[in-house]
Design a protein around this ligand. Structure first.
Ligand code: ATR
Length: 267
């Protein structure tokens, strides 16, 4: 059996096992490959990863709170994982650990073509924001401008400087064609229109593309409001599916069926 897994803490809520196992099944690979969820606390993370190649694991996804640790312990890292400072995908070959990051590429694939050449506003300065800023500004340069707003402005300055965006203290929402929520606001029911100043003070409109990296069992308030305003929306599950598909290709060398992954992730 070739084994795959997602490592997180907590991880029980993860959609990744259902999504990847559905893809393996659809490609007739389910007899040989299996994807599981492994809950591991930070103290045990490195030891757990080091044991995986010997247990038949070919690779793993890594999620909160282990993405930075995953990059640190890897023997080799892709340029994108290095630039972002975090890994969401590990591969094990000949006992060595290779780190990659498909969060950035997943976001790019989830975006509609019309964001090209627009001004983008990224909300947040944590790990999710780093991948988004790098994806939009550094590598793909799909947009003209990437402004970064964060509740703690010093963090926005730091990550923008590192990754090719520009920090902004009081962005005017209507001047952006792309708005990405890369904060954790909304994850536990918080209202982004109260917690995030640019959203509280501005208005969304039908010309905009709005991405919420937060996802749950139902559409987030931000996605609902953006839809009501007539904006093009991309939710966190679509980004999850796209990053998962890229990881799947890294491990198996095969392109997974996106629709199969989508319906499994949305169940
Ligand atoms: P992740 O790696 O998931 O991005 P993180 O590094 O903890 O997680 O970052 C969380 C992000 O959400 C940060 O940008 C944080 O803002 P601060 O840097 O000011 O803490 C943002 N965030 C979380 N709760 C928030 C809230 N209630 N209002 C505004 N921003 C919030």
């Amino acid at each position: 059996m070739r084994r795959l897994a997602v490592l997180g803490h907590p991880v029980a809520h993860s959609r990744s096992p259902a999504m990847h196992n559905a893809a393996l099944d659809a490609l007739g690979m389910a007899g040989e490959w299996r994807y599981e969820a492994i809950d591991v606390a930070p103290e045990g993370f490195e030891e757990r990863v080091r044991a995986m190649p010997g247990e038949g694991f070919v690779g793993a996804n890594v999620t909160v709170p282990h993405k930075e640790a995953a990059l640190r312990l890897a023997d080799t890292a892709s340029p994108v994982a290095d630039a972002i400072g975090a890994a969401n995908t590990l591969g094990f070959e000949a006992g060595a650990v290779q780190a990659d990051n498909t969060d950035a590429g997943g976001l790019i694939r989830a975006l509609p073509g019309r964001v090209r050449g627009r001004r983008a506003l990224v909300l947040g300065a944590g790990g999710a924001a780093r991948a988004a800023i790098w994806a939009l500004a550094a590598e793909h340069a799909v947009v003209d401008v990437v402004d970064v707003w964060n509740r703690t402005s010093s963090r926005a300055e730091e990550v923008a400087l590192q990754l090719g965006g520009a920090p902004i203290e009081a962005p005017r929402l209507s001047s952006y064609g792309l708005v990405v929520n890369a904060t954790s606001v909304g994850l536990h029911g918080e209202n982004p229109f109260e917690e995030l100043l640019p959203l509280a003070e501005g208005r969304l409109d039908s010309e905009q593309v709005v991405v919420d990296l937060v996802y749950g069992d139902k559409p987030t308030r931000l996605i609902e409001a953006a839809e009501a305003a007539g904006a093009h929306t991309v939710d966190g599950i679509e980004v999850l599916v796209q990053q998962g598909a890229l990881s799947f290709e890294i491990w198996t060398g095969r392109k997974p069926p996106l629709d199969t992954m989508r319906s499994a992730a949305r169940l």
